[in-house]
Structure formats: structure tokens, C-alpha cells
Design a protein around this ligand. Structure first.
Ligand code: FAD
Length: 402
């Protein structure tokens, strides 16, 4: 296997995979292990760039609790078959077989102890053992269906294959090589595209909303973020542009332009009841001082200012006023101006409509020999290792049949 070999491409292979990311490499290794002659082509200068940058450099490679409920798709049943046949336990076994140290961070999220590159090395080792050829810096110029397969014209020459697997991912982080190529190929062969949008992405705020939090970038707190039918209890982080942190990234997948997002700033606490109790126990303490037991002083000042609440000794508040304060802090509402978009989004919602694809094999129903796997499909996971698990599972499903 030589990623940037000067050798010409082979004239023909059994399986050609476009995209040397998580799904493509998993599919290639699986097919190669079955004895198929596999070639992987990628236009980027190196393989697995998103894996390398994932999980803050430590790749959150799966989640212990992966289940179909952790995925968004117009067809929520589509992901079930592949996820059941290649589970988180299968990938964990592979990680252990390669001696890669890992740990659970929180909520079942498994991260490498050392670096994301361990996962890329694992995939390349699996490909090498299966005699898979991987070539980078290769632009795909055209794809034509022929009798019994496909012919591709590429920047490195012409190549024919029996099975063609599209594993080119979504639109997030174009500087890392993301393109809409997979969607173009889907359209070329008559498949529909579910409209795409950036997800797992920070919110932006504008004007007075942003101005009012200018002292806060870097501050974080536990919240429950809610929008539509989504609710996530995790950390929220104030940024120079707006809001981020896991709770915000998760809820961004439920948010549409103009919608309100609400935040419970003290999840798990009944603030109305708690404030009444504080008043009974320490009637002379100022409101901001009791709230400082829950949040940093900076945050308390911000919350009080935003709600135009004066801080007085607790005994000066009526029961109703304290109840109202508690209610407001547990239902903090705002309308984000927008999101940071594909520039920083972790994933793309939408993609190749799964109606046209077999959930067992990932093969197009109307186009024999053409497969779509990974994020290019309309299957998008929550934050927390689910997106890689989908890449492994869908890549494996196709790899077993191509
Ligand atoms: C910053 C960041 C952090 C993330 N962290 C995590 C995490 O910790 N855990 C998790 O589960 N998920 C994470 N994700 C999401 C995860 O990286 C993706 O869901 C996953 O990589 C999708 O796998 P894929 O193989 O479908 O696509 P990709 O991994 O994106 O691979 C697609 C490949 O196709 C190639 N390609 C694209 N267009 C063309 C073309 N026209 N011609 C040839 N090749 C092409 C690309 O160069 C790339 O190598 C993160 C994403 C980002 C952006």
C-alpha cells in the first residue's frame, strides 16, 4: 500500500472506494479481507483527516450506549440493521486487538488515551493486511456505468471496477477536504438528496445579546438545552461569537432558523423550592450571594443583569418573586442569530436519501454495484462517538458484500 505512489492506477479492480475517511477505510479493509481487490482513492493529501482532528485530537471513536435512537434520518429505521451487525463492541474489540489504550470520558464516550492517529493507523494496518491499495491526491473526473461495473476517469488515469463505493462524507469543514461530490454522484444516478444543513455546530449571537456576554467567553456551566423535541443535559460554553459546548452542539441538530432555544441553567435543581429554602435559612443574604453557590460570580452578575433583577437580601423578596426568578433561570430563552455553519460544524444533517439504498448492504436499489456509506447518507448521529460508529457499521455492511 503506497498512498502517494507515482505508479499508475491498476486497469481494473473488484472494488473501488472513493473517500479514505472512516467509512471508506473500514469498507475497504472488510472487502479486502474477503479476498476482493480493493482500491481506495481520495483527493486530499492524506487519509483520515477528520479522524485526526476528531475528539480534540483523541478521537471519540464510539459510544458504549450506541442505539438507533441516537441518529437523525428521514427514515429512523434505516440505520438499525448495520448498527446491529457491526456494534460498538466489535469496534472496541478491534481497538483492543491493536493495543490502543482508551478510556471512557463521560456518557459512554470512548476516547483514545494518546492520539487520534492511533485510529488512522489501525485502519491503515487493517487495509495493509488485506492488500488494499490507497491513493491520495487523486481527483475523480467522471464516473460512467458500464456492463457489469463502472469506469472512472481520474487525475491518475482510468480505472474500472465491479463495485463502486461512495464514502466522501458530508459538507462540514471544507478546508479538510469536504465536498458535495457524493451528492452529485447520487443525483447522477437518480437518487434524491434530503436537504443538508450544518449540525453539531455552535450558535452565533448578534447585537445586544452578544454585547451583554462580552465578559463571559470561556465560562461554562451545566445546562439542559431544549428545542423542539430535543433535550440535552451537558455543558454550555460562552464564546466570542455566541454559545458552544456539548449541550449547544447537540441541540443545534434540532434547531431551525428563527426558533427559540431554552436553557435550564440549574438542571436537577428545583430553583423555586431551593430559593424559598435559602430565604428561610439565610434571610439577610443577598440574592447574588446565594446564586453564587450555583454559578461563578461573573455568570450570576450576567444572569441578573439580563433579567434586570436587583440583588437584595432574600427576606425582601416575596414568595412569588422568588418563584418567578427561579422559573426564569430554569427557562432561559433566546433566539440564536444563526450557526457557525459548515466552517466549524462536526457533521451534516441530511444527505443521500436512504429510500433508494438497501439498509442491509448500502447498495442503491436502482443502480446495482453502486454503494453509499458513512456521513454522505442521510444518517447523522448525536455528539459522542455515534458518527464514527455509523461510519464503521455502514462501511462494514458494504464491505461484506461488495
Ligand atoms: C472537528 C470534528 C470533530 C469530530 N469529532 C468526532 C468524534 O470525536 N466522534 C465522532 O463520532 N465523530 C466526530 N466527528 C464526525 C466524524 O468525523 C464524521 O462523521 C466521520 O468522519 C464521517 O466519516 P466518513 O468516512 O463518512 O467521511 P469522512 O471521514 O469525512 O471522509 C470522507 C473522505 O472523502 C474524501 N473526499 C471528499 N470529497 C472527495 C472527492 N470529491 N474526491 C475524492 N475524495 C473526496 C475526503 O477527503 C475524506 O477523506 C467530527 C467531525 C469534525 C469535523
Amino acid at each position: 500500500m503506497n498512498e502517494s505512489s507515482p505508479n499508475p492506477l491498476p486497469d481494473a479492480v473488484d472494488v473501488l472506494v472513493i473517500g479514505a475517511g472512516a467509512a471508506g477505510l473500514m469498507c475497504a479493509a472488510t472487502a479486502g479481507q474477503r479476498g476482493r481487490r480493493v482500491l481506495v482513492l481520495d483527493h486530499a493529501n492524506k487519509v483520515g483527516k477528520k479522524i485526526l482532528m476528531s475528539g480534540g485530537g483523541r478521537c471519540n471513536f464510539t459510544n458504549l450506549y450506541t442505539a438507533p435512537e441516537n441518529f437523525y434520518s428521514e427514515n429512523p429505521h434505516f440505520c438499525k440493521s448495520a448498527l446491529a451487525r457491526y456494534t460498538q463492541w466489535d469496534f472496541i474489540a478491534l481497538v483492543e486487538q491493536h493495543g490502543i489504550p482508551y478510556h471512557e470520558k463521560t456518557l459512554g464516550q470512548l476516547f483514545c488515551d494518546n492520539r487520534s492517529k492511533d485510529i488512522v493507523d489501525l485502519l491503515l494496518a487493517e487495509c495493509r493486511a488485506a492488500r488494499v491499495q490507497v491513493r491520495t491526491r487523486c481527483d475523480i473526473e467522471s464516473i460512467v456505468a458500464e456492463e457489469g461495473g463502472y469506469r472512472l476517469e481520474t487525475g491518475l488515469g482510468s480505472v474500472r471496477c465491479e463495485s463502486l463505493v461512495i464514502a466522501t462524507g458530508g459538507l462540514s469543514i471544507p478546508t479538510m477536504g469536504a465536498t458535495g461530490f457524493g451528492y452529485d454522484i447520487a443525483r447522477q444516478f437518480g437518487l434524491d438528496i434530503v436537504p443538508t444543513r450544518a449540525a453539531l455546530v455552535p450558535f452565533t449571537l448578534h447585537g445586544r445579546q452578544l454585547e451583554s456576554q462580552r465578559e463571559l467567553p470561556g465560562s461554562a456551566l451545566a445546562v439542559t438545552a431544549r428545542c423542539g423535541d430535543g433535550a440535552f443535559s451537558e455543558q454550555m460554553l460562552f464564546t466570542h461569537k455566541g454559545l458552544s459546548g456539548p449541550a449547544v452542539l447537540q441541540i443545534s441538530s434540532h434547531w431551525r432558523e428563527g426558533q427559540k432555544v431554552s436553557f435550564d441553567l440549574a438542571p436537577g435543581v428545583d430553583l423555586c423550592e431551593w430559593l424559598q429554602r435559602q430565604r428561610a435559612e439565610k434571610p439577610d443574604t443577598h440574592l447574588h450571594n446565594v446564586l453564587a453557590e450555583l454559578w461563578s460570580k461573573k455568570l450570576v452578575q450576567y444572569f441578573l443583569q439580563r433579567r434586570r433583577l436587583e440583588s437584595r437580601p432574600l427576606k425582601q423578596y416575596s414568595e412569588k418573586a422568588l418563584a418567578e426568578t427561579g422559573k426564569q433561570l430554569q427557562n432561559w430563552q433566546l433566539v440564536p442569530a444563526g450557526t457557525e455553519g459548515y466552517r466549524t460544524a462536526e457533521v451534516t444533517l441530511g444527505g443521500v436519501n436512504t429510500d433508494g439504498v438497501s439498509s442491509r448492504t448500502m447498495e442503491c436499489k436502482q443502480q446495482p454495484g453502486l454503494y453509499f456509506i458513512g456521513e454522505v447518507l442521510d444518517v447523522t448521529g448525536w455528539l459522542g462517538g455515534y458518527n464514527f460508529q455509523w461510519a464503521w457499521a455502514s462501511g462494514h455492511a458494504a464491505g461484506e458484500v461488495v
